[in-house]
Design a protein around this ligand. Structure first.
Ligand code: NAD
Length: 296
């Protein structure tokens, strides 16, 4: 079997076009422009790239982008004061604090200071609880993107066996909640899981979010299973830097029914879902009907 490639880049472009259309309608019908504020503390090079890309794509779909770049030595008090201002700014519908933060800042404290209704990353403890109890919430962007691609590929996920490898708060755990919400039988595997290969072999859906290059080989995959590769790992091969996922693409693609590539799979969906979340937050803030298909 040769797996169907799930093209996250094309899917994300479609999603952004859908968001742009809804943004234009909001503007025309109600004079409202969704606004996303991104806060970057310090000069981490990867974070700078992400923030630039988020700002560019926000503007491209017709939303307002507000970038707040703070010095690495910014105090917690000053950062919290900025978040408070953004929480109270009616032009700002989404707030994202780029992680990781410099070590002297308490990430949990900072994230939980964001108004949950504007928490477009879905990391606020209230949103985690709402998602866990199946209530309307802001859903973390990366797992939301994975869910959208899975729904698009399969239609219903009901009754499928899903294995999520990785139990982080930003990917593994919310991914498992979303799959459970779609009536999968969900196993969360992690660094202490025994017989990981056996566990993964049971799965109709495998989501790998580990951060270990090409860790999942093809012989762990049940024939016909769908493989979603969240991992982004930079490796040196043949003297060149290359991006690879957490699954060994070539061997898994021989066995799987469908697979996301790296790059061009989950990655592009993450920012597209951030824009979708900002639009959702904006419609909720204005008591307008939520556009369909943009959230879980
Ligand atoms: P993390 O380090 O917070 O969590 C990794 C998880 O993997 C842990 O729960 C750990 O228990 C598990 N793990 C580690 N070694 C293992 C092993 N040998 N066997 C089984 N499980 C093991 O990482 P994260 O933030 O969840 O990110 C995971 C990967 O996804 C990284 O490569 C990251 O770069 C990538 N990522 C991509 C996107 C995107 O937009 N595509 C977004 C977030 C993260």
């Amino acid at each position: 079997m040769v797996a169907q490639v799930i093209d996250g880049k094309a899917f994300a472009a479609k999603l952004r076009a859908q968001v742009a259309e809804q943004v234009a309608t909001l503007k025309e019908a109600h004079g409202i422009i969704p606004g996303l504020a991104v806060v970057l503390v310090g000069e981490d090079p990867a974070s700078q790239v992400y923030v630039r890309s988020k700002g560019k794509q926000t503007v491209e779909v017709g939303m307002n982008s507000y970038e707040h770049k703070l010095d690495a030595s910014t105090s917690e008090e000053d950062l919290l004061a900025l978040i408070d201002r953004l929480n109270n700014d009616p032009e700002v519908h989404g707030i994202l604090v780029q992680l990781p933060l410099p070590k002297h800042l308490n990430e949990d404290l900072v994230i939980n200071a964001i108004d949950p209704a504007k928490d477009v990353d879905g990391f606020h403890i209230s949103n985690v609880g709402l998602l866990g109890t199946g209530q309307k919430s802001m859903v973390p962007c990366t797992p939301l993107g994975c869910l959208m691609m899975l729904r698009d590929h399969h239609g219903s996920l009901s009754g499928m066996d899903a294995v999520v490898i990785g139990r982080s708060n930003i990917v593994g755990k919310p991914m498992a909640q979303l799959l459970l919400g779609d009536s999968c039988t969900v196993t969360i595997a992690h660094s202490r899981t025994k017989n990981l290969a056996e566990v993964v072999r049971r799965a109709d859906i495998v989501v790998a979010a580990v951060g270990r290059p090409e860790m999942v080989p093809g012989d762990w995959i049940k024939p016909g299973a769908t493989v979603i590769d969240v991992g982004i790992n930079r490796i040196e091969r043949d003297g060149k830097t290359k991006l690879v996922g957490d699954v060994h693409y070539d061997s898994c693609a021989e066995v799987a029914g469908a697979i996301t590539p790296v790059p061009g799979g989950v990655g592009p969906m993450t920012i597209a879902c951030l824009l979708a979340n900002t639009l959702t937050a904006c419609t909720r803030a204005n008591n307008l009907p939520e556009p369909k298909g943009l959230t879980a």
